[in-house]
Design a binder for this molecule. Structure first.
Ligand code: TYD
Ligand code: MG
Length: 466
């Protein structure tokens, strides 16, 4: 008979070793390797002819137009691509305490109230605790079926009995335990096996299974990336601990776009949807101050205005400091280099701090121009032309390039009371009511500040002939 084999698996990257060691060669993690017992393969292996033949269909299969189950939480539905899909697996990842359980409990309550059979299985909290939270959220009357359980066998047995529930929530996958394996809950093989079985159940019986997954220190869903391959949709719930709002982001979605975000606000009464996130991220903007620029961005299908803040100051250090929050530091280096080489504005002797207000992370290259404006504004100590939004991508030769959906960006700005837009020349625009300053080259942006600061002595700027 084949022998059970003990292997040592890195809980971070999944690399396996014959013996235990203190650190993983593959990912460099220290103390991440744990002993796991691998089940022996079936004797004889797989032989052709021993299986059933599978039925091949066409690409026109209608099966994918399954009706969506709307949770009624619009921000969640949109991130999922229009609602939950039956017979699918969704992974909801996020730091502990960010609000995953709260979000899913609220979704479960809404679904159950709408008449869908909804099961919530908590492996972390006792039913009394979940009940207490439900009461706090005013959801105690919703007909959600609640249980506290850890054993995968018990869970599957209960789910298989009778008609399968429409929605099953497993909170969290790290606390689930398959008794066919020797390793402890939360290890790679346990997490993988439990997720696999639950997703198989979803596919077979047509339920939508939502798995909560905690995120490790380095931002991956606990342990392995493998989990992300198994499910249809991966959502991350993120937010700064000090801020009250939370962002739900789809990083993988077989049933919808992946660049959507949903914005929520954590309050005493649970998570509230934020329908107009621009207003939230712009905060209270009083009179214009130097070093801030409003970027008209697009997140998924929705325009989103955010404030970009820069602080440029003389540096006492040999190597000046560059600190970036919410944006790519490589991209900042590029904008600084283009300002230097193409506009003659050197910040080589300055510390530069860049921050996207409100804790949002901006990934669009369209933010280049707004970042440049914030930097130049801080350097010259002159505010950005008042009441204006900015967007555009910067190329290495100092040209300002057009970006997608410029129309949606200016419309959102007009809606929020802005009066002017600084944008790439030739951008497609229908009347939005904004005054447009079209620019072709980054140097033209710098000139806007210089006109503004004519006669202003404050800026000690090293300006070489451009
Ligand atoms: P929780 O949903 O338990 O987080 P997770 O499941 O991701 O670990 O949320 C816990 C935090 O949310 C906790 O610190 C308290 C806060 N919270 C509120 O501020 N208001 C509320 O109504 C609820 C239920 C929680
Ligand atoms: Mg929780």
């Amino acid at each position: 008979m084949a022998r059970e084999r003990t292997t040592y698996i890195c809980q971070q990257c999944g690399a396996s070793y014959h013996r235990w060691q203190g650190w993983c060669h593959a990912c460099g993690g220290s103390n991440t390797i744990q002993e796991e017992v691998r089940q022996p393969a079936a004797p004889g292996g797989l032989k052709a002819g021993a299986g059933k033949s599978i039925a091949f269909g066409t690409l026109q299969d209608e099966g994918f137009d399954a009706p969506r189950m709307k949770t009624g939480i619009e921000e969640l539905d949109r991130v999922c691509g229009g609602g939950l899909v039956p017979a699918s697996g969704i992974l909801v990842g996020g730091d502990p305490g960010i609000g995953k359980s709260t979000l899913l409990l609220q979704a479960a309550a809404k679904l159950a109230t709408a008449g869908l059979d909804c099961v919530y299985i908590s492996g972390e909290e006792a039913t009394a605790q979940v009940g207490l939270r439900a009461r706090r959220l005013g959801l105690a009357d919703a007909p959600v079926r609640l249980a506290a359980a850890n054993s995968l066998r018990d869970i599957l047995t209960s789910l298989e009995a009778g008609t399968p529930p429409a929605v099953v929530i497993i909170d969290s996958i790290q606390t689930m335990f398959a008794d066919t394996l020797d390793s402890a809950p939360g290890t790679v093989s346990q997490v993988r096996t439990c997720a696999q079985e639950l997703i198989r159940f979803a596919k077979r019986r047509g339920s939508c299974v939502l798995l909560v997954g905690h995120v490790t220190k380095d931002g991956q869903i606990a342990g392995p990336r493998v989990l992300e391959h198994m499910v249809d949709t991966v959502l991350y719930f993120e937010g700064e601990r000090g801020h009250q709002f939370r962002i739900l982001r789809a990083v993988k979605n077989r049933f919808g776009p992946t660049d959507e975000i949903g914005v929520f606000e954590m309050t005493d009464g649970g998570l509230n949807e934020v329908r107009n996130p621009s207003a939230l991220f712009l905060g209270d903007r009083g009179k214009p101050i130097s070093g801030t620029a409003v970027f008209a961005g697009i997140e998924g299908t929705r325009p989103l205005l955010v404030e970009i803040q820069a602080l440029v100051g003389a540096s006492p250090l040999g190597t000046p400091r560059r600190t970036v929050v919410g944006w790519d530091s490589g991209r900042l280096a590029m904008v600084l280099a283009v300002l230097d080489a193409r506009c003659g504005l050197s910040m080589a002797g300055n510390d530069v701090y860049l921050n996207v207000a409100g804790g949002l992370r901006v990934v669009e290259p369209a933010a280049d121009l707004a970042v440049a404006a914030a930097l130049v504004s801080s350097l010259f100590d002159r505010p950005v032309p008042s009441n204006s939004v900015i967007f555009g991508e910067i190329g290495l030769s100092g040209e300002v390039r057009r970006v997608a959906q410029s129309d949606a960006r200016t419309k959102e700005a007009a809606k929020l009371g802005f009066e002017q837009a600084i944008l790439p020349a030739g951008s497609k625009q229908t009347a939005s009511g904004l005054a447009l300053s079209e620019i072709d080259r980054l140097a033209e942006l710098v000139e806007l500040f210089e006109q503004d600061s004519a006669g202003h002595e404050a800026h000690a700027v090293s300006r070489r002939g451009a």
